[in-house]
Design a protein around this ligand. Structure first.
Ligand code: FES
Ligand SMILES: [Fe+2]
Length: 389
């Protein structure tokens, strides 16, 4: 049968991770971070696109509300000229259809008082929104039945009460899956070999790792918490500090571990699209990052750095350290090559055929494990709007 999302001849060749190949717009019925809390001001509106769906946000008495940015009447975007004549309502600029932010109900049409259309049951679609660690998370999916807790869709420890998190958001011109696969790729550290983060912050990073006979990852697949794949860097991982071609050394990076910070010990990828690198880039910090689907060719790169704090003074100290050092060295300088690698992969995978033509090797097994896990445990493939209506 013809598949609407990907050519069925391609899907027939994929073993165990078809849903992942289909999920160009990501997976439905999951929580995603999409804005910083500071982006949503009381009484003002702002917009974002998530999994191909245009959204409009506001804050009312401190709580964030999220509606689909599309009027039921003629399909125009509210955000072209947002009108909020009362605290709890959003009016479409075109003919005055007016909706409640809290549940999306159509309550009035300003240009046609007493119209019978407001008696209908339809409303504009609402999405659950929740704030955590300075970010706004949206549940991209149906609000019928129980919504899974946010804690099931973020990496372990991200929500811990003593974890203080700083963040930065930017758009990357690649499908979200190239973000996932770049972040969780053990041997892509090759592109970081000239990083100033490593050279100027007392860190050590090899060129790559020699393949190990041991399976280097564990799958966490329970019902009571986050689901993901954890790769542990232990004695079975053999770092390579020299690069050779036909026996001749052509590259060398520093290998003297004396006095160096050796990080990280684990790298893990969690549904729906979140990486945890622990510790990184400092023995006292953990990087959590998301590759949030915007549309088929763009994702929101949500970079966050967390540190355990015991007091407000600890928080301020970490914020100073972040602004002085890690915002530039870790998020901009070190992750810069990651961004262009993903954009280059977008070109490589421009045709869906590359999902079956790719020549992966042993070090990519953790990535295949994640493709299989998310294909099994996702809560639905997000389809384009014209197939979802
Ligand atoms: S298009 Fe929105 S009120 Fe007519
Ligand atoms: Fe990287």
């Amino acid at each position: 049968m013809e598949n609407a999302l990907v050519d069925s001849a391609i899907l027939d060749k994929v073993k165990g991770w078809r849903a992942y190949v289909e999920a160009k717009l990501g997976f439905r019925n999951h929580w995603y971070p999409i804005l910083q809390s500071s982006d949503v001001a009381e009484g003002k509106t702002t917009t974002a696109t998530l999994c191909g769906e245009r959204l409009i946000f506001t804050r009312i008495d401190g709580a964030v509300h999220c509606l689909r940015d599309r009027c039921l009447h003629r399909g125009v975007r509210f955000s072209h000229k947002p009108e909020c004549h009362t605290k709890g309502s959003l009016t479409c600029w075109y003919h005055g259809y007016t909706y409640r932010w809290s549940d999306g109900k159509l309550t009035d049409v300003i240009a046609a008082p007493n119209t019978r259309i407001v008696d209908g049951v339809r409303g504009v679609r609402t999405f659950a929104a929740q704030e955590a660690q300075g970010l706004v998370f949206v549940f991209m999916g149906d609000r019928t039945g129980d919504i899974p807790p946010l804690a099931h869709d973020v990496p372990p420890n991200f929500l811990d009460a003593d974890m203080h998190v700083m963040s930065k958001l930017r758009i990357v011109k690649s499908n979200w899956r190239h973000g996932v696969e770049n972040g969780f790729d053990a041997t892509h550290i090759y592109i970081h070999r000239e990083s100033r983060l490593i050279q100027e912050n007392n860190l050590l990073l090899p060129l790559g790792f020699a393949p190990s006979a041991e399976k280097p990852y564990r799958v966490i697949d329970g019902d009571q918490g986050p689901v993901g794949v954890v790769e542990e860097y232990g004695p079975h991982v053999i770092p390579a500090f020299e690069g050779k071609i036909e026996g001749q050394t052509v590259l060398r990076v520093p290998s003297d571990m004396t006095g160096k910070n050796i990080v990280p010990s684990t790298i893990s990828m969690w549904l729906p699209c979140a990486l945890k690198v622990d510790p990184w880039p400092d023995p006292r910090t953990t990087q959590f990052e998301w590759y949030v689907p915007i549309d088929e060719t763009n994702h929101l790169y949500v970079q966050t750095l967390g540190s355990r704090v015991g007091s407000d003074e600890d928080k301020r100290a970490f914020e100073r350290e972040f602004n002085k050092r890690w915002s530039f060295y870790a998020f901009d300088e070190f992750n810069g090559p990651d961004i262009w690698a993903r954009e280059a992969a977008e070109e490589g995978y421009a045709s869906d055929h590359h999902w079956v033509d790719e020549a992966l090797f042993e070090a990519d097994e953790n990535i295949i494990a994640f493709r299989k896990l998310i294909s099994k445990r996702n809560r639905g493939v997000q389809k384009p709007n014209h197939l979802r209506e």
